[in-house]
Design a protein around this ligand. Structure first.
Ligand SMILES: Cc1cc2nc3c(=O)[nH]c(=O)nc-3n(C[C@H](O)[C@H](O)[C@H](O)COP(=O)(O)OP(=O)(O)OC[C@H]3O[C@@H](n4cnc5c(N)ncnc54)[C@H](O)[C@@H]3O)c2cc1C
Length: 414
């Protein structure tokens, strides 16, 4: 019976452990956390968007980094099999907008409980692994340290490294996996935050802090070549540091080399109205408020918090009577409503990111079985690898598929 160590009992580790057990292996999971699946508990705002119910082509299209590396893993355990597994483990699922899959209960806890059930029979050691040991290029075990500092060496035939990335370190993902793999000769691609809030024009954003915009279109413009690198309709939020909310997080995965001033967020505050309709709307609002000052005529069109900022940007005197606003000034207002610009200055820190971009170099891992090309018997799964995806359940699908393939391969290695 092959003896397998799983380093990290997160999404990838639990799937790897369960799969290896199904293939008859003797499995030990290491994780210093008191409970397993700590990060899983906070996924999807506590609802856990467990996968995306769509064909593999669509999953690959939502993975901007190294999608081809994941082809075999995704085929070995595609979304429909992830869904079947959870249903079999007693968690009914539902598919929502954008093919996002959640437990019917809307409770991430049910997913964690199901994975605990799936890994029944694996030993769980609440110790931090500090090294993976190898002799002559072949894995022979791990070294771990308990909370009181006692160091232990354990023998194993294979080790699956699934320690996650660097984001939300309080869940246990503190970047140990990179150091452990690097000590064995692996290299890692520099880590960057992805699916992360954006730092932006502080003066503007602090005036708008707390304002949530629903039903807007966010575009991100690359100011170097004027190209639009991202465009999505949805919800976003102003924070004291800049921008956040679902479409802002999604946009961050499309931004690279965040040099100051390279990107501008261009918000269409009225995406449902074309310029002509918007002009008619302005004319009708202005005739309704004909005897009011300009500053008191925008309440039907804009959230209250935005009006002073908007007026400042328009350069129109707020005390002017609406009936004195010229056609050109109305067109300026339309341009502002359709292109409200906020300059982006950087990403928020990686510990606030949903996902870590970068990680163990995929060139050093065999895509067909997730085994290291440098050390026999060493496997990788999950976010520790240099792969990441957009929001929509794709990141957990990556963790589950790579975990499954690594678990199966390690258990059937001999
Ligand atoms: C707020 C938030 C919401 C998210 N929501 C979603 C979502 O709805 N859908 C989705 O698809 N993705 C979501 N993600 C991303 C998803 O959670 C990750 O992609 C996924 O958890 C990665 O799984 P993993 O097993 O690789 O890493 P993790 O789940 O981070 O697990 C790594 C484990 O390794 C352990 N570990 C670390 N170092 C050691 C060591 N030295 N020894 C032993 N153990 C160690 C850690 O304690 C941890 O338990 C979300 C992420 C965040 C932060």
């Amino acid at each position: 019976m092959p003896k397998i160590a799983i380093v990290g009992a997160g999404a990838a580790g639990l799937l790897a452990a369960g799969t290896a057990l199904e293939y008859g292996a003797d499995v030990t999971m290491f994780d210093p956390n008191v409970k397993v699946g700590v990060k899983l508990m906070i996924t999807g705002k506590g609802r856990c968007n467990v996968t995306n119910n769509s064909p593999i082509d669509n999953i690959l299209a939502n993975i901007p980094r190294n999608p081809r590396f994941l082809y075999a893993a995704l085929n070995s355990f595609p979304p429909n099999e992830v869904m079947e597994l959870f249903e079999k483990l007693g968690v009914p699922l539902k598919t929502e907008r954008g093919a996002r899959v959640f437990p019917v209960s809307d409770k991430a806890q049910d997913i964690v409980n199901a994975l605990s059930k799936y890994t029944f029979g694996a030993k769980l050691v609440h110790e931090r692994v500090t090294a993976i040991n190898a002799e002559n290029g072949v894995v022979c075990g791990v070294t771990s340290r308990d909370k009181s500092g006692v160091v232990r060496k354990h023998s194993f035939d294979s080790v699956i490294l699934c320690t996650g990335g660097l984001s939300y370190p309080r869940t246990g993902s503190t970047g140990d996996g990179y150091r452990i793999a690097e000590a064995l000769g692996h290299t890692s691609v520099p880590r960057l935050p992805s699916l992360v809030p954006l730092e932006a024009d502080r003066r503007l954003c602090s005036e708008l802090t707390g304002l949530s915009l629903r039903n807007v279109t966010l575009k991100i413009r690359n100011n170097i070549d004027q190209s639009i690198v991202f465009e999505e309709f949805g919800e976003m939020l102003f924070a004291h540091f800049g921008l956040t909310g679902p479409i802002v997080l999604s946009s961050s995965a499309h931004l690279r080399d965040m040099a100051r001033g390279k990107y501008t967020a261009v918000i269409d505050l009225k995406p449902a109205l074309d310029e002509k309709t918007l002009d008619n709307r302005l004319l009708s609002d202005f005739s309704k408020y004909i005897n009011k000052n300009f500053s008191n005529a925008l309440g039907d069109l804009l959230p209250q918090k935005m009006i002073p900022v908007f007026i400042k940007l328009s350069g129109i005197d707020p005390d002017r009577k609406v009936n004195t606003i010229t056609r050109d000034e109305r067109h300026l207002l339309i341009r502002l409503l359709k292109n409200f610009e906020v300059n982006i200055s950087g990403f928020r820190p990686i510990d606030e990111a949903i996902i870590t971009s970068g990680g163990i170099n995929v060139k050093e891992i065999s895509p067909k079985d997730m085994q290291s090309k440098l050390i026999q018997g060493l496997y990788f799964a999950g976010e520790v690898i240099d792969v990441d995806a957009y929001t929509g359940g794709f990141n957990l699908q990556i963790a589950f598929s790579t975990g499954h393939l690594a678990g199966m391969s390690a258990a059937t290695r001999y």
